[in-house]
Design a protein around this ligand. Sequence first.
Ligand code: GTP
Ligand code: MG
Length: 636
Amino acid sequence: MRIHELAKKLGIDSKELLVKLQSLNFPVKSHMSSVDDDTAEIIKNEIVDLKKKEIEENVIEVDFPISVKDLAVKLNKKPSELLSDLLKEGKFLNINQNLDDKMAAEIAYKYKINLKKKPTQEEAILIKTEAKDLKKRAPIVTLMGHIDHGKTSLLDYIRKSKIAEKESGGITQHTGAYQVNLPKGKITFLDTPGHETFTAMRSRGANITDAVILVVASDEGVKPQTEEALDHAKAANVPILVAITKMDKANANPDMVKQQLSKLDLTPEDWGGKTTTVGVSAKTGQGIDELLDLILLQAELLELKADYGRAAVGAVVEARLSKGKGPLVAVLVREGVLKVGDCCVCGHYWGKIKAMNDDRGNNVVTAEPSAPVEVLGLNGVPNPGDQLFVVPDEKSAKEIVERRREEDAKLKLKAPAHFKLEDLYKKVKEEHQKQLKVILKADVGGTLEAVDEALKKISHEEVELVLSHKGVGAINASDVLLAEVTDAIIVGFKVTIDNQARDLAKQKGIEIRVYQIVYELIDDIKAAFEGMLTPQVKKIFVGRARVKAVFKLSKSGIIAGSIIEKGKMQRNLTCQLMRGNKIIFEGKISSLKRFKDDVKEVAEGVECGIGIGYNEIEEGDYIDAYSEELITRRLK
Ligand code: GTP
Ligand code: MG
């Protein structure tokens, strides 16, 4: 085929095609050069891709909805042209009427323009731009573990201060963020009251931690909350170091801890595993230097960097209302340098920063990435995990907050969509999800193990059952939060659901199922599993038509005048065009006609016109039609 013929077929100018082909390094000299069929096919695909790419790159940003008149201005067309385009689609509009994003984009596409939604003010500020001043930042490390295992004391020793003594009852009531400045570098620590807070922050999108230190007391060993904390840490997908604390105690038994760790998939390095463990004491200081060195080493490996040059962004660690000062917000800076006087937005609030304190209560005027600071000046108390970001001025701050409030009010009207067993099939199709994540709770250790064993037996090469967490006792808020961030379902066996968990699950749309009979539990999980296996498609022969003549209709393209030799034909069935024993084309029966009328079905022995969206049909071809049935595959 000659280039000019091919150009005609592709509906483009032959000179243009020649230039494009030469730019794609096809060895063609003039538009009289000829190419073979295979090359023509390759060229066709290349040109289609090129056209698509050209449109993709030709971006115009607009706000939706947009009126016909405004769109015409943006596209540099006459409004009447757009109106006639719309009319062809069967839409009667006047120039002042609004188009939704889909309609407007379709019209723009015709004019080779990729119409995009203009980013909101907020999106424009938060958008990741090329870094202006990329530099090293301190690692952010979270301490997690069972209550009283020594997290706060460890930090105290490191900071050489006495936070634990100041705490009421010695229990950490809120999340503290602290930074230590060591000769080898800075480290930011987060001391969490419980892993729930950690996960709650993550569920708000604040994945702030670079590593987790799992704290296990050498005298008590691994406790249920240690395991819970570990699962929350694992869900965050960050490196985990283990600090075995209280090594000064007479009954310290680090070997027992190491053995327990091995069972939790955290086999210590000195036992041939991969997990770094350090024995420490907050009383004597044993092992603490080693721990700090290991953290800094880990940080080196992670090559942590932040852009010091951009407008500052941080995450709220905690926030409270102080009687004299108003809202006090502890923020961990993530990018940019936060300064006194900056105007910022945080959650549903905004304000100009009046003053900042570092973690020791000293006044500071700037805070670099990874630095924790307490910020004064917001007009309300945001939530932990909320993002704080600097905006150009008060006006944009107010606008962003207003918009957020409106959007939240709208969202509240909608029920949250999370993960339900029933949705599995849909989800598999949409996202190719091949993991079923489960949080399992049981009444006692024995049954927990029994159910776990039974679940492990349900297996298939395509889908994996992942236990995000298992534990003994009532289903609690921590389980619900973990389910939210890991997209798991919660399954309980002979347990209750505590009230807070019930409310939270309802609010977040997390499914909880509690069973009294183990077989029912297993059956439901099996059913969910089967729903996740890619269904097999079974083709069922419906009918065969012989093509007697081929003609072209202006509207419907090529139509095959045929007779049904076997079975019947139905519109929308899948079909194969057969020439002898060869499959020429596979597609769908897109149109089915009796004389001039569209029909849904044609019976055996009857003549009809069939369109399959393929133009090279020949007399004597056969069209075989099939229906498709999805079969759920059973587990063996
Ligand atoms: P929560 O914040 O309540 O979860 O506790 P925590 O993990 O922060 O524990 P915390 O540091 O408050 O310590 C609990 C108790 O253990 C306190 O009475 C400490 O004095 C004691 N303790 C902590 N570390 C050590 C240690 O290394 N050696 C000894 N002997 N006691 C310790
Ligand atoms: Mg504490």
